[in-house]
Design a protein around this ligand. Structure first.
Ligand SMILES: O=C(O)C1=C[C@@H](OP(=O)(O)O)[C@@H](O)[C@H](O)C1
Ligand SMILES: C=C(OP(=O)(O)O)C(=O)O
Length: 446
């Protein structure tokens, strides 16, 4: 989406029961990584089920700008001819990541290990997000950031390391983007790059590196942590990749089915990587009927078909230790909590302040303008559920796709309609969200 596209407001109204079987689009995290890593192999990688959302399309364009041959060969089917580890070419112009923190931070890592200079930029939302966290370890590896906008933000120029060094790194925040940036830079360094996470975050980079032939060893550290050791300078080999459906996108129709009385839907082929399923665990604790119909392995990940039925829910305490496994799901969990009976306390949400919007403040505001009692207590979000939501509010989405989708789901069973000021950003992660939801019976209209 260009920065200047006109806003597209949308309204959700009370819907009759939702029914049907749907398959939500491919996982966003895996789709970015598939393109970035395939571009570092030598030869052709074929990818199926790629998410064709704007964030991922921007990463595909960036890979082309860095010298890879990237072609769409069918719906969700892409072919990438890579340039080899350390082989990205000098781009002719700035790299525009649009709304995408993942694309931007992961490519910073990959570029940091190549002897090129690249200007990184994005939309007004991405320009507000912190980049220093990634630049710090990349500087230790030998890259240099110049012309950095105030506060360690975009736009900035990254000069890749001529002789990248392997480092041992302990991320100060639980962030898969940060971990992945360091590992991707470490690919070009001789010797072992080590990342020690206090709290394990999504492990798609580690898994995909192994799939492409790199030597990556992962050990458990304590109860929640991991130590990841990557041997540098591997020759990454092309591979076939199939992207499973995104659990973070599945969360929206799943939530809608839970709160709209009489609903009964099936979500097909949802990725069930345990570092991504904190929401499902939490919802089951709240009394949700989520049945695993079949479970299998596909593309190196566990996937399942989930049957979801409307459920009487109660509030829950969600521990901070669960945040990494459901970090993008708090806005929609807060909506579900408003339809539950009793208090839900979600702990340790400081990272929500640096997403596409300040999601902690914006989620609280979304609920408040629709008559739900909500409080922010330090880094915790507290929602007082009464089983019903008055609605009637217009939600400011702040260029944030997950807020837009969460607000629209809320309106499917609130007393009065819920509107969003701009639904356009939904296309960053979930193209055809509106059509898929309408196909289930959701009342969504401009
Ligand atoms: O690595 C990834 O693919 C992602 C990591 C998370 O961000 P952080 O690394 O900032 O926690 C998440 O919020 C984002 O949607 C995707
Ligand atoms: C935080 C998100 O994405 P990103 O960091 O890639 O912009 C998200 O999709 O919720």
């Amino acid at each position: 989406m260009s920065h200047n596209s006109p806003a597209s407001p949308l309204t959700a109204r009370k819907s009759i029961s939702l029914a049907g079987r749907i398959r939500v689009p491919g996982d966003k995290s895996i789709s970015h990584r598939a393109l970035i890593l395939a571009a570092l192999t030598v030869g052709e990688t074929r990818i199926g089920g790629l998410l064709e959302g704007e964030d991922v399309i921007n990463t595909a364009k960036v890979m082309r700008a860095l010298g890879a041959k990237v072609e769409r060969t069918g719906e969700g089917e892409w072919s990438v001819f890579g340039v080899g580890v350390g082989g990205y070419a000098q781009p002719a112009g700035p790299l525009d990541f649009g709304n995408s923190g993942t694309g931007c931070r992961l490519v910073m890592g990959a570029v940091a290990g190549c002897p090129i200079n690249a200007v990184f930029d994005g939309d007004a939302s991405l320009r507000k997000r912190p980049m220093r966290r990634v630049l710090d370890p990349l500087t230790r590896i030998g890259a240099k950031a110049v012309d950095v906008a105030e506060g360690g933000r975009l736009p900035l120029t990254l000069e890749g390391a001529r002789d990248p060094l392997p480092i041992v790194y302990e991320p100060p925040v639980a962030s898969a983007q940060l971990k992945s940036a360091v590992l991707l830079a470490g690919l070009a360094a001789p010797g072992e790059t080590v990342v020690i996470e206090k709290e394990a975050t999504r492990d798609h980079t580690e898994k995909m590196l192994t799939h492409f032939g790199a030597d990556v060893q992962v050990e458990q550290v304590g109860e929640h942590g991991r130590r990841i050791v990557l041997k540098g300078r591997p020759e990454l080999k092309p591979a076939v990749l199939q992207v499973p459906s995104d659990p973070s996108s599945a969360a929206f129709p799943l939530a809608a089915a839970l709160i709209v009385p009489g609903s009964d839907i099936v979500l097909e082929n949802v990725m069930m990587n345990p570092l991504r399923t904190g929401l499902f665990l939490t919802l089951r604790e709240m009394g949700a009927s989520i049945e695993t119909l079949s479970s299998r392995h596909d593309g190196g990940e566990e996937v399942a078909d989930l049957r979801v039925k409307a459920s009487a829910l109660h509030g829950a305490d969600v521990p901070a230790s669960r945040a990494p496994s459901m970090i993008d799901e708090y806005p929609i969990l807060a909506v579900i909590a408003a339809f539950a009976e009793g208090r839900t306390r979600m702990c340790g949400l400081s990272e929500l302040r640096v997403k596409e919007s300040d999601r902690l403040a914006a989620t609280a505001e979304m609920l408040r303008v629709n008559g739900v009692a909500v409080e922010i207590d330090g880094d915790d979000l507290i929602v007082e559920g009464t089983g019903s939501v008055p609605g009637g509010g217009v939600v400011a989405t702040h260029m944030d796709h997950r807020l837009a989708m969460s607000a629209l789901v809320m309106g499917l069973n609130s007393e009065k309609p819920v509107s969003v000021d701009d639904a356009a950003f939904i296309a960053t992660s979930f193209p055809r969200f509106v059509e898929l939801m309408q196909g289930l019976g959701a009342n969504l209209a401009p």
